[in-house]
Design a binder for this molecule. Structure first.
Ligand code: XIL
Length: 379
């Protein structure tokens, strides 16, 4: 072999070695990049959302804003697009905060899910004791038309109707059912479709993964579809408890809702670590110290064992979401970090709960890492 040929060979192997090394490192990196954020990890799978308040979009808390921008590509207003906020007095709308919210999302390339047009709760004061059917109808039509048309093309989707079902799958006895009758849900979607032709329209509820309530939701969706009215997706809220996440029902629900041709979303995900006093005998409730300790056991911090159990549940859930990544279009956490969660004040005021994946110092919890691992370990 002459010298030139040899040199060429050496160069060739050197180049090959460098190429392989770079590729290997690159591959390893793409398998588990350090410091990857939630939205980066799942960017090819589904949107990752959070619920925000006005305070969280004013940018005053720099660390929190940074965390929000890094991790989420979808946002739901936690309260500020509910009816009491948008229409505080009959026919008088206040869009200021909602407009700011939409602008915040647009400037950060985040999708907005409007929440919510028709819901029995957080209604304007003037509607709370309204029983006159004509007045209820006037409000119903006016609210949907005004709000949905104003934000058409500005929000990506609306939870058109929220929480219309009882646990047994029948319709909740709400002001809308009493005044407008059983067809009010189809009517709400019809009005939203007319007012917001460019906006996705969703039905949203809690516990609809449970068989009876799920059957009610499926009947409702089929009724909307049979009327020739558009419904694009269904939101399973996902307010569950550590150690009691109904994985099998959730899987069945994804399959059954997707079979109706709908997007499936998890829209208000949080995993409480505290006992629910609404379960069990409320007659036993007494305000003793012992009772308080039982209801609010982790005021000094979350024990590692509970954080671990929560991480396991979150990891399994995201494994399931990934298995159905073709059907699941968004997973939204109900809040950003433990300290800001509504579950510190519901169903009991003033407790210390830990339901989310960032802690009170905004640091990622074991649950965060397990969610990321669910992504990179499966591939
Ligand atoms: C909750 C908010 O998080 C609280 O701040 C507010 O006080 C009450 O409402 N289901 C829903 C959400 O659809 O709108 C609720 O949000 C939580 C339950």
């Amino acid at each position: 072999m002459n010298r030139q040929k040899r040199l060429k060979q050496v160069f060739f192997y050197a180049a090959l070695t460098i190429f392989c090394h770079v590729n290997l490192v690159d591959n390893l990196y793409s398998q588990h990049p350090a410091d990857v954020s939630l939205k980066e990890a799942f960017k090819h799978d589904f949107l990752i959302g959070t619920a925000l308040s006005t305070r969280q979009i004013d940018g005053r808390n720099k660390a929190e804003t940074q965390l929000i921008k890094a991790n989420f590509d979808a946002v739901t207003p936690e309260n500020l697009m509910k009816a009491h906020a948008l229409q505080p007095r009959w026919g008088q709308f206040n869009f200021e905060q909602a407009d700011e919210f939409v602008a915040f999302a647009a400037s950060n390339q985040m999708k907005v899910n409007g929440h919510t047009l028709i819901w029995h709760s957080q209604l304007p004061g003037f509607m709370q004791h309204m029983e006159n059917a004509d007045s209820v109808r006037q409000y119903f039509v006016g609210h949907i038309r005004t709000v949905a048309s104003r934000y058409d093309g500005k929000v990506d989707s609306w939870d058109v109707v929220n929480e219309a079902l009882n646990e047994d799958g029948t319709l909740r006895n709400s002001i809308f059912l009493r005044a407008l009758g059983e067809d009010y849900i189809v009517e709400a979607f019809r009005l939203a479709q007319e007012a917001a032709p460019n906006t996705k329209l969703y039905y949203n509820d809690y516990n609809i993964e449970q068989p009876s309530k799920r059957a009610g939701a499926i009947a409702l969706i089929k009724k909307i579809q049979a009327a020739g009215v558009r419904i694009d997706g269904v939101g399973i809220q996902g307010h569950w408890h550590v150690g009691r996440v109904p994985m099998e029902y959730i899987e069945q629900s994804i399959q059954e809702f997707a079979a109706l041709g709908l997007e499936v979303m998890f829209t208000e995900l949080d995993l409480s670590v505290l006992p629910n006093p609404l379960r069990g005998n409320s007659a036993e409730l007494s305000q003793t110290e012992q009772y308080n300790k039982r209801l609010n056991p982790y005021t000094d911090g979350l024990p590692d064992s509970v954080a671990e159990a929560q991480a396991e549940d979150y990891g399994k859930l995201f494994g399931l979401f990934l298995k159905y990544r073709e059907d699941v279009s968004r997973v939204t956490f109900w809040g950003v970090y433990d300290g800001g969660s509504w579950l510190n004040n519901w169903p009991v005021r003033g407790r210390t709960n830990y339901p989310l994946v960032f802690d009170r110092e905004l640091k990622p919890k074991p649950a965060f890492h397990r969610i990321i691992a669910a992504k990179y370990d499966q591939e």
